[in-house]
Design a protein around this ligand. Structure first.
Ligand SMILES: Cc1cc2nc3c(=O)[nH]c(=O)nc-3n(C[C@H](O)[C@H](O)[C@H](O)COP(=O)(O)OP(=O)(O)OC[C@H]3O[C@@H](n4cnc5c(N)ncnc54)[C@H](O)[C@@H]3O)c2cc1C
Length: 473
């Protein structure tokens, strides 16, 4: 029996259920497969930081696979639509009877996998999906009515209960297989559509780097995580997001590390590890939402009434935000941190996203795309979740009338302006803000309120029409 482990957003061999299944079931060889799809990546708004980090993780994965004599087949294709056929032709070319992959949560990816399953089934090749992109199979976590959760807290409670029932401490270590005689493919250093990115050398791809950063973080800094996580001038968070997004680190490995150090009773952990686990559960939640509500993958808001918000079409304001020249120093510092390093502190992401969508009233989807294009840790589900939260269009959205004052946020979380001075390429308070914070806040509240009232009014009208229309008398 020959098998294929099809890698996608899970570029690791440790703690990878699809790879484990492919290795365990292979009696005459396991092959690894990866598709480089630059045009698809562009369509999904990836920029150079994400694309090159992915390639660097792939290079490291190949080294690990070579040690196990598992050849990595790399195919470059234009768009995702071609993939199902190519998986099928690869499997038949090498005489493989099984293909294993970890489940993705985006709609395009779910459709790609369904189509692949049909192609493979036509030749009696089995295609098995595993849950390696989240700690638990998040699509199986449902409310009492069997529907997906649209709010974090009850999801989190059910998730924790499920963890107690489903958690296993099983991380198989694989022994090298016999040489298959097939050689791994070369991995390109550069991609035509993605300009070289200067921050590339600051982020070392691959699971070794991820594991060593994880161990360092959960040995000590995690203890102060709840105290330090909101202060952008210090390194109080793990900065593991690029590795978690590319899948060169699994969230299960993070949890396993926490359990090893703090015990299995997660409810008895101290504040730091508890709070860090909570963030990993947010990650699980946004994957659950993306899987459970396909409209989220189609650029649609979770809250239908927010479709009526008349977003500002001024490109000048958006451009000022993109360039970090809005005159609101904390926002601009955050944008410069991202433009230079590919990463932005979470507190500043929240401030910046709320400023764009409320004070500047720019459509959250424009901000979502810009972040996707510039973040090394870009992750469809988490980025979408973060943006919809900030814009009050999402699941646990900040209520539209509770708008951060970026100036006050700055005074609270960066009182000495250490973060601002580090990233802002100009002295603080040296340019005029592009909007008045008080007026723009008031205007946003009025606009959101009106959109909601309009929606409720039309909902009442719709109800009336339906009731009248369906009234048998
Ligand atoms: C507007 C906006 C956009 C965002 N875009 C992304 C994105 O593209 N990719 C991304 O990974 N995260 C995104 N986040 C979530 C969060 O900002 C980052 O995960 C975090 O800053 C990464 O830093 P860290 O690894 O030090 O996190 P830590 O604080 O150490 O947390 C550990 C891990 O938990 C997960 N996590 C933490 N916070 C969140 C959260 N709020 N939502 C979901 N998962 C979380 C991440 O995988 C993170 O690496 C976004 C948040 C906002 C408000």
């Amino acid at each position: 029996m020959k098998t294929i482990a099809w890698f996608r957003n899970d570029l690791r061999i440790l703690d990878n259920p699809a790879f484990t299944a492919a290795m365990t079931n292979a009696t005459s060889g396991c092959l690894a497969l990866f598709f480089i799809t630059p045009r698809q990546w562009k369509l999904h708004n990836w920029g150079s930081p994400k694309a090159y980090f992915q390639l660097d993780c792939l290079l490291e994965l190949r080294k690990e696979l070579d040690k196990l004599h598992v050849p990595l087949l790399v195919r470059s294709v234009h768009i995702q639509d071609d993939i199902p056929k190519l998986v099928h032709s690869c499997a038949t070319q090498y005489g493989c009877h099984q293909v294993h992959a970890n489940r993705d949560c985006g709609l395009d990816e779910i459709r790609r996998d369904e189509k692949t399953g049909i192609y493979l089934a036509s030749d009696e090749i089995t295609f098995t999906m595993h849950d390696g992109n989240s700690i638990l199979p998040v699509h199986e976590i449902t409310t009492g009515k069997g529907t997906p959760y649209g709010v974090f807290s009850p999801f989190s409670r059910t998730w924790k209960k499920a963890l107690l029932e489903q958690w296993t401490d099983d991380t198989p270590i694989h022994a090298p297989q016999e040489d298959t005689g097939i050689r791994s493919c070369e991995i390109p250093e550069q991609l035509e559509d993605f300009p070289a990115w200067t921050g590339r050398s600051d982020w070392t791809g691959g699971e070794h780097e991820a594991k060593s950063r994880l161990d360092t973080f959960i040995d000590t800094p995690v203890r102060d995580y709840s105290k330090n996580r909101d202060t952008p001038s210090i390194q109080g968070t793990s900065t593991l997001s690029p590795w978690l997004s590319s899948g060169s680190l699994s969230a299960s490995t993070c949890l396993r590390g926490l359990i090893e150090r703090n015990g299995e009773e997660i409810d008895s952990w101290s504040a730091g590890p508890t709070s860090w686990l909570n963030e990993l559960i947010w990650r699980e939640f946004y994957r659950h939402v993306m899987h459970g509500f396909p409209k989220v993958s189609m650029n649609r808001p979770m809250q239908p009434w927010t479709e009526l918000v008349p977003w500002n079409s001024s490109s000048d304001l958006f451009d000022a935000w993109c360039q970090g020249s809005t005159g609101i120093d904390i926002v601009d510092a955050g944008m410069h941190q991202m433009l230079q390093t590919g990463w932005m502190h979470n507190r500043v992401r929240m401030i910046s996203a709320m400023f764009l969508t409320k004070n500047l009233l720019v459509d959250w989807r424009d901000g979502e795309r810009f972040f996707a294009n510039h973040l090394v840790d870009y992750d469809f589900a988490s980025n979408n979740g973060g943006w919809q939260w900030a814009a009050s269009t999402g699941t646990d959205a900040a209520p539209y009338f509770r708008i951060f004052n970026p100036q006050r946020q700055s005074e609270t979380w960066d009182p000495a302006e250490t973060y601002i001075k580090r990233w802002l390429p100009r002295p603080p308070r040296s340019i005029e803000p592009v909007v008045d914070l008080k007026d723009s806040r008031k205007q946003a509240i009025e606009i959101f309120k009106k959109a909601r009232e309009e929606f409720e009014q039309t909902a009442d009208d719709r109800k009336l029409v339906t009731t009248n229309g369906s009234d048998p008398s």
